[in-house]
Structure formats: structure tokens, C-alpha cells
Design a protein around this ligand. Structure first.
Ligand code: NAP
Length: 495
């Protein structure tokens, strides 16, 4: 078995004095599986004496970097020879890794047993000729590892990194910065890469998209991920606020499964993403806003309920790599509403919104015998749902005049960060009805506050979120989901 990859926690401190006073970084010194990346270019008080103090605490588990200005370094007017001088002091002190840009001359540099990382950074884009950049770096003298960090414009720009990782993973440290490139940080070990970078828990990080060391270590089990691990994830935009990685990684860990769940920010063309990134080891995906309908062409088959709804929130790969689409929102929403409303047969349920979630909720409650009313901003979408599910279309402003037993909000209004928004004003809420908001972040949305002020019973979206996630877990793994653990993980985060 290959050595588990390391987590290099980058210092962000403006001085060595500040670093030495940081209890979090001191606690990571010489901790198994971790390195401290000393960013010498950040330290205003850098001199031989202060560097010796830092190395006294952190060596040998150090990755020493003195970045040049052209590749993201912080210091003006520093010569290459001065940077090399300080890196040599680190090598002399026995640090494990030294990072030197491929462009920096290093004649006479003596590694003294340290591993050399030759690096290249592009903070604007992903260059077209990544493979030739990699090849020319690999030909340099004494290079142990090749680090290439690029800034993708979309997730599709990260695809060329996968090709290089599959060919040269054990010699490569490949990073796509920003939210679109998160997978390159989390899955490094799947391709045998020696390490990835992380930030301190309260640190801004030294590159966009850096996760904290604790997220990598505890949430994603970064050091355990091997070539045989299965990959699950959520595709959507935005996806950074999604709590799905929290519940699914907690569940996968609890069941000791060799699998990890990642957020993938996919702005456009979700079906193309699914096909192009399947080689990552994808075995299941959650699909969220706004892709639940657009992803349909990626499915080889559809579960009958998903077919009726015309939207999927779950993709499942079978053993033959055939992809089946499901919709776990419908049953999850119906269960959540039923817990407050009781049996739905003959009851009037108004669904606000006619997007992916709106369609799922409408079919879910209809299948339990409810009469469905649809309110949607765009009338054509409401009409389409009316035809498909058999419903009545109504306006947001006329709801309160009708006999409505329950309202389910499936618009994205009120979702963090737009927490002041609500699809209805207080007077538009029919008195005495049950109000269920599928938005779960925040737990208590503006709509639910208004409904409570109106004397209505409320249902939070978090219960539906847990139920739809539990169904996904069971479809993917064939195992019963640890529902209570998933609930605790979400509630702790939303507190
Ligand atoms: P979607 O397909 O993009 O649909 C968004 C819906 O919101 C559409 O009906 C849209 O109306 C409406 N909308 C957006 N902005 C609006 C505005 N300013 N005024 C009025 N209506 C507006 O998204 P989705 O996948 O259905 O998800 C929608 C929400 O459901 C999300 O907030 C998500 O958190 C929630 N959800 C929760 C769960 C859960 O487990 N709790 C599961 C799924 C979804 P138009 O048709 O006019 O654009």
C-alpha cells in the first residue's frame, strides 16, 4: 500500500513572531500526517535568527516555500539568490520538502535529503498546454514532485488535470484553485499524490478554495482516500452552502465505507459534466439547484416517479456504469408534510414554485390524494405542471381567500444569504394552514416566522433534507442510512 498523503498547512502569518504565538499551528508541529508550509515570503521579520526559531519548533515536518513575486509571492525586491539562501538554511536544518518555482535558477542548491517540489502557478486561468508544462518541469534536475496550480474559470477547465493525475499522480501535486477545483484538493490521494495544501481553521488561506486541515482530515478523510475509493457528490450552483457533504460524509464514515462525497460547483451543462467527470470514480450524485431538469440527458434510465416528475435529484451508477435517475425529494416532502398535516386525501395543498423541487413536491402530495394548487412567478412553468400533475393554478396574492390546508414553499426565496426574502407577506398566508418551507438554510426562514406570527403550524425544510439524503444514501450503498447521525450533523451546523 502506498504512503497516505500529507496535509501541508500553509502559514498565513505576517511574521514569524505571530506564527510562533499561534497555538493552532504549534499544535500541528510534528503531528503525524501533517506538514507546516512555511511561507517565508509572508514573514516581515524574516532573518536567519527568526527562521532558526521557527525551524526549532516545526522542523523536520516542514515544507519550505519562498515564493517569487511573479508567482504569487508577497515580497518586493528580493533576489533569487536571497530566496535560495533562506531555502538552503531550511534544507540544512533537515526539512522534508522544499518548493522552488521551475523558473527560479538553483545552481549549487543542496537538497540535503529534502524532497524538491518544482512549482508553476497561473492565477488567471488553466493554460492549454498543461501536459507540456508538466513534461518540461519533469525534465529538470533533481525534481521529486511537480506542482502545478491553476485558476479554472469553470469546472470543465479542471478536466485536463485529471488526465495528468491518472498518468503521473505519484509525482504530481496538481491544484485547481477556487470552488470549481475543490476535487483536486480532496482527491489527491486517490491518484497517489504526496500531499495537498490546507489552511488553519481561522486563517484566510494562501490560495482561493483552500479547505481547513480539519475539513480535509475529519470531514473528507483525506488521508484515507485510496485508488479504490468510490466518489459521490453534489452538483449545483451555488454549492458552497450545501450541507449534503456534511450528512453524506458522516454517514459514509459511520458505515466504514471506502467512499467520499464532494461538492462540485457546476455552472452550466450538468449532463456534460456527468459524462466528462465519470472517470473520477463517480458512483452517485445529488443534483441540486438549478440542474434537476437539465441533467436528465445524462441518465440512461429513469425511475418511474422521476420520469413523471421530469426532474431528478439523484443519479446512481450501477455495476455496468449505467446511470439511473431518481427523485427522492417527492417522498421526502410528502412524509415531512404528512407529519404535521396528517393524512392528505382531499386536503388542499398549495405549492409555491414550479422548478425541480416544486414539481417533486406536487407529485409527492398528489400521490397521497391531496388537491394541488400551484403558484409560480413564471406562468408557463405553472401551466406545464398543472397539465402534468393535474392541479389548479392560483396567484400568490389570492391564496388567503381560498380554503388552503397547507402551503409548501419550493421557491428559493429566503435561502441563505437572502434571508430577508419571503414568497408571501403575512397577510397572504391563509390563516390556520400548515406552512412547510423546503428551504432549510436558515432553519427558521422569514416565511416560517411570518406563518408563526399568523398562528400557523410550521414544518422546517431540514426534515425533508434529511429524508431525501437518507434515501439517496440507501440507493447508492444498499445500506440503511444512519438517519439520526445525519440529523445531528445538520442540526449542529444550522444551530
Ligand atoms: P429551481 O428548479 O431553480 O426552481 C426555483 C423556483 O424558485 C422556481 O419556481 C422559480 O420561479 C422560483 N423563484 C426563484 N426566484 C424567485 C423570485 N425572486 N420570485 C419568485 N419565485 C422565484 O430550484 P429547485 O431545485 O426547485 O430548488 C428550489 C428550492 O427548494 C431551493 O431553495 C432548495 O433549497 C429547496 N429544496 C429543498 C430541499 C430539501 O430537502 N429541504 C430539497 C430540494 C429543494 P420561476 O419558474 O419563475 O423561475
Amino acid at each position: 500500500m502506498s504512503t497516505p498523503p500529507l496535509i501541508a498547512v500553509a502559514t498565513h502569518h505576517g511574521s514569524i513572531a505571530e506564527l510562533l504565538a499561534d497555538a493552532e499551528f504549534r499544535s500541528l508541529a510534528n503531528r503525524d500526517g501533517f506538514l507546516i508550509e512555511l511561507r517565508l515570503d509572508y514573514f516581515e521579520d524574516l532573518c536567519e535568527a527568526t527562521l532558526a526559531q521557527a525551524l526549532e519548533v516545526f522542523a523536520p515536518n516542514v515544507l519550505a516555500t519562498y515564493r517569487c513575486l511573479e508567482e504569487g509571492g508577497k515580497r518586493q525586491n528580493v533576489s533569487d539568490s536571497e530566496r535560495i539562501h533562506y531555502l538552503q538554511l531550511c534544507a540544512d536544518r533537515g526539512v522534508k520538502f522544499i518548493d522552488i518555482e521551475a523558473r527560479t535558477p538553483r545552481e549549487g542548491f543542496d537538497l540535503r535529503g529534502a524532497k524538491l517540489i518544482s512549482s508553476f502557478h497561473n492565477f488567471d486561468r488553466t493554460p492549454d498546454d498543461l501536459e507540456s508544462i508538466w513534461n518540461s518541469m519533469a525534465q529538470q534536475r533533481d525534481v521529486d514532485f511537480i506542482k502545478i496550480a491553476v485558476m479554472p474559470q469553470t469546472v470543465f477547465d479542471t478536466r485536463p488535470l485529471l488526465e495528468i493525475l491518472r498518468k503521473h499522480g505519484p509525482r504530481s501535486i496538481l491544484l485547481a484553485m477556487g470552488e470549481s477545483g475543490l476535487w483536486t484538493r480532496i482527491l489527491a490521494g486517490r491518484y497517489g499524490s504526496p500531499l495537498t495544501y490546507a489552511r488553519g481553521e481561522s486563517a484566510p488561506g494562501t490560495a482561493p478554495g483552500q479547505l481547513t486541515w480539519r475539513q480535509l482530515d475529519e470531514l473528507y478523510r483525506f488521508r484515507e482516500i485510496g485508488a479504490d475509493w468510490q466518489v459521490y457528490g453534489v452538483i449545483g450552483n451555488p454549492v458552497g452552502q450545501s450541507l449534503s457533504p456534511l450528512i453524506h460524509n458522516a454517514a459514509l464514515k459511520q458505515r466504514s465505507l471506502s467512499a467520499v462525497y464532494l461538492p462540485f460547483k457546476v455552472e452550466l451543462r450538468p449532463a456534460e459534466f456527468v459524462k466528462k467527470f465519470e472517470p473520477l470514480g463517480l458512483r452517485g450524485l445529488s443534483v441540486t439547484i438549478p440542474h434537476k431538469e437539465a441533467v436528465l440527458p445524462a441518465c440512461d434510465s429513469l425511475d418511474p416517479l422521476a420520469e413523471k416528475i421530469g426532474a431528478v435529484n439523484t443519479l446512481v451508477w450501477d455495476a455496468n456504469f449505467s446511470i439511473r435517475g431518481y427523485n427522492t425529494d417527492a417522498e421526502a416532502a410528502a412524509d415531512s408534510l404528512q407529519s404535521a398535516l396528517g393524512p392528505m386525501a382531499g386536503k388542499n395543498v398549495a405549492v409555491l414554485g414550479a422548478g425541480g423541487a416544486g414539481r417533486a413536491v406536487a407529485f409527492g402530495v398528489k400521490s397521497r390524494g391531496a388537491n394541488v394548487f400551484i403558484c409560480n412567478r413564471t406562468p408557463e412553468k405553472a401551466q406545464a405542471l398543472l397539465r402534468d400533475v393535474g392541479a389548479t393554478v392560483t396567484g400568490f396574492d389570492t391564496l388567503a381567500q381560498q380554503k388552503i390546508d397547507a402551503i409548501v414553499n419550493t421557491t428559493s426565496l429566503g435561502m441563505s444569504p437572502n434571508v430577508a426574502e419571503s414568497p408571501l407577506t403575512e397577510s397572504q398566508i391563509p390563516p390556520g394552514c400548515v406552512v412547510f418551507d423546503t428551504v432549510y438554510n436558515p432553519r427558521r426562514t422569514r416565511l416560517l416566522e411570518l406563518a408563526q406570527a399568523r398562528g400557523c403550524r410550521i414544518v422546517e425544510g431540514v426534515e425533508m433534507f434529511i429524508a431525501q439524503g437518507a434515501r439517496q444514501f440507501e440507493l447508492w450503498t444498499g445500506q440503511k442510512a444512519p438517519v439520526e447521525l445525519m440529523r445531528q450533523a445538520v442540526l449542529a451546523q444550522l444551530k
